[in-house]
Design a protein around this ligand. Structure first.
Ligand code: 8YV
Length: 329
């Protein structure tokens, strides 16, 4: 990218005003003020002209799109942490650098995960719907009974930043921390979190009261919670997912929830967003959220700042701090 010229940056979705304004100051920036998601023809057009593309999770930057990229496209500075919407191998083959925005949405996502655990176990959404529908007949000793979480076991799948931030919160709620991860944590962190490591996911699942999905979606984690593995869970268990829908077999999960083979689920992400298995909507033992785990004003601004820093350092001829290597995922 010629350092004296401002790079042409194409942003695929509306970002916070302060971020867009700063981008306009620093770069030759094309915004999407109407926030209409781009279709594949528009994405193809963007990669033909932009030096830098700033996509989000809603843009599928696959091999077909990248095959149409012009040689001027040098950087994909994604607005988000997950990079499963980008074909990293194709990008690498074409010499396109990919960056993301890790770290700044950890605490917000962990908060939302904890909220979903509580909401699912204590039937928060169901209670709220009851009051709103004017169907509440008054207090009763056996009404709206949920499950206590204090003293129960939480199994965290994926003990990266968000998994660990969840573990810190969950300990305050009296949950015993268990985890499965590709790599075992450093013994000091394990001690601090009083976390029990399970090399075998199958063995862990069978013993947990709450299971939280906090790993990225990669070819290796696609349907990690498969129909077979979901069957290993106790019928009293609940499953929470704030990571990626693809990690859980949504149809198998829905079937089990319908048959009461599982007590409940709290889902912020879905396999085919924004579509969800319609049968999920009919169930009262699920809490359904519209992928809002990291949706705070502060978080979105921090993410935008990271995108700007990644573009600026790259344009200035340095290695951007949040480079994503295909091997990381
Ligand atoms: C973001 C997320 O809001 O960063 C991620 O990986 O899943 C979300 O919380 C989204 O990706 C923005 O692109």
């Amino acid at each position: 990218m010629p350092s004296k010229d401002k790079p042409l940056v194409i942003v695929t979705r509306k970002l916070p005003d302060v971020i867009e304004t700063r981008m306009m100051e620093l770069f030759q920036t094309r915004l999407n003020v109407e926030d209409k998601p781009m279709n594949s023809a528009q994405l193809a057009e963007a990669v033909k002209t932009a030096h830098v593309l700033v996509p989000t999770v809603t843009d599928r930057i696959d091999g077909k799109i990248l095959a149409q990229a012009g040689p001027q496209l040098r950087l994909i500075a994604s607005f988000g942490t997950g990079v499963d919407h980008i074909d990293l191998d194709s990008a690498r083959q074409r010499g396109i650098t990919v960056t993301n925005t890790p770290g700044v949405l950890t605490e917000d996502t962990a908060d939302m995960t904890m909220a979903l655990i509580l909401a699912t176990a204590r039937r928060l959404a169901e209670g709220e719907r009851l009051v709103r529908a004017d169907k509440w007949g008054g207090w009763a000793p056996t009404a709206m009974l949920g499950r206590r979480i204090w003293g129960k076991r939480l199994g965290i799948i994926g003990m990266g930043r968000i998994g660990q931030a969840l573990a810190r919160r969950a300990r305050g709620f009296g949950l015993a921390i268990h985890y499965h991860n590709r790599k075992r944590l450093h013994p000091e962190i394990e001690r601090e979190l009083e976390a029990t490591y399970w090399e075998s996911l199958d063995q862990m699942l069978a013993r947990m009261d709450v299971v939280s999905v906090n790993c990225p979606h990669t070819p290796a984690t696609y349907h990690l919670l498969s129909a077979r593995r979901l069957k290993l869970l106790q019928p009293s268990a609940i499953v929470v997912n704030t990571a990626r829908g693809e990690v859980v077999d949504e149809n198998a999960l829905t079937r089990m929830l319908r048959n009461r083979e599982l007590a409940g689920a709290g889902l912020d992400v879905f396999e085919h967003e924004p579509a969800i298995n319609p049968k999920l909507r009919e169930l009262d033992n699920v809490v359904l959220l519209p992928h809002m785990g990291s949706a705070t004003i502060e978080g979105r601004i921090d993410m935008g700042e990271k995108v700007i820093i990644n573009i600026k350092t790259f344009a200035d001829g340095h290695k951007p701090p949040d480079r994503v290597l295909a091997a990381m995922f």
